[in-house]
Design a protein around this ligand. Sequence first.
Ligand code: SAH
Length: 384
Amino acid sequence: MDSLRVLELYSGIGGMHYALKESGIPAQVVTAIDINTTANQVYKHNFPDTPLWNKTIEGITLDEFNKLCFDMIVMSPPCQPFTRIGLQRDIADARTKSFLYILDLLPRLQRLPRFILLENVKGFETSSARVRLVKTLKECGYAFQELMISPISVGIPNSRLRYFLIAKISTEDINTQTSSKILDAFPHLPESDSPEHPTFLSPACQGASQPEEKMEGGHVLFKLETALEAQRKILQNSILSVRQIQEFLEPQKEINMEHYLLPKTLLRYGLVLDIVKPTCRRSVCFTKGYGRYVQGTGSVLQCCMETKIESVFTGLDRCSEEEKLQRLLKLKLRYFTPREVANLMGFPQSFTFPEQIPIIQQYRVLGNSLNVVVVAKLLQLLVS
Ligand code: SAH
């Protein structure tokens, strides 16, 4: 196959670019576009030879796009208009404007790209933006498949349930198009993975991998956690096709613990922390607030294994503030380092941050990015 010319929109730190490399598909990113200056510094640092436009997408003309002669678009439009914790203003949100502009532009391109891959948050699948996307794709003659996938399904112990759409111009069938149903697992790929790290899990296991979903009922155990949530964590840790957290950690001696231990001020939120051990096979989604807030932004790592977590949390709510703190300190809780978060998001070792980017900014741009291994598999599915 000739090398595909790829346009990377909303390129951020280049998650899509890494996924293309990981997929093994002969391809070249002809232009990446983003307005976030921090993300752009990281992108330039890792892909110095890729043209990167620091421009708003809606400010780029049809003519400029035509000149790029691309065969594929990969894109992660801003997800805030669709997140469940946001206001869900959808197409009324100013941040959707650039995406609507792309949809308007697509049918007017001199030559339609053969392939499109879009990534977004859970919530996008019920949005009006998605309705418009699907309508435009149909009008342009694309076959497409939508999927909701979490990295758990590729053996990575991190939940990051995301919406994906892969589209192919339909001179031939898209080999993934089985129905208009949104798939919740990968359909079979032409080549299969090694037996130690099977790629596919049954939808039942996938369901078990979504701790974001709150279940009703159940009584509160030693943490602010229902029996069902606690059970689900145990179940997740028992899925042997998912690797252990320790495989994604940096050598402990190389970590400056001072930088990563949770400060006392945050330990006060002990009851809402998602704590994992190196032997666990799960962690919650890392978001852009990681390192600054503790609730719902990502898991923290227990570094002292001698302390039993039950001994810390049983009756914690009846302790004085000082006693609470002393108990929690015993766990030696720390944040995952940005390198470790990148590992859990499937970024290769060759990915690095420029020295001048502060750690908090590193978490921020990583939190906006995607799981490289998941997207690489989707690209293989799309192009095969
Ligand atoms: N996939 C990317 C992250 C996408 S997050 C990665 O791997 O890092 C969405 C990105 O869209 C953000 O980086 C944001 O700066 C960018 N963005 C938002 N609105 C934009 C616009 N109108 N024009 C160009 N970039 C935009």
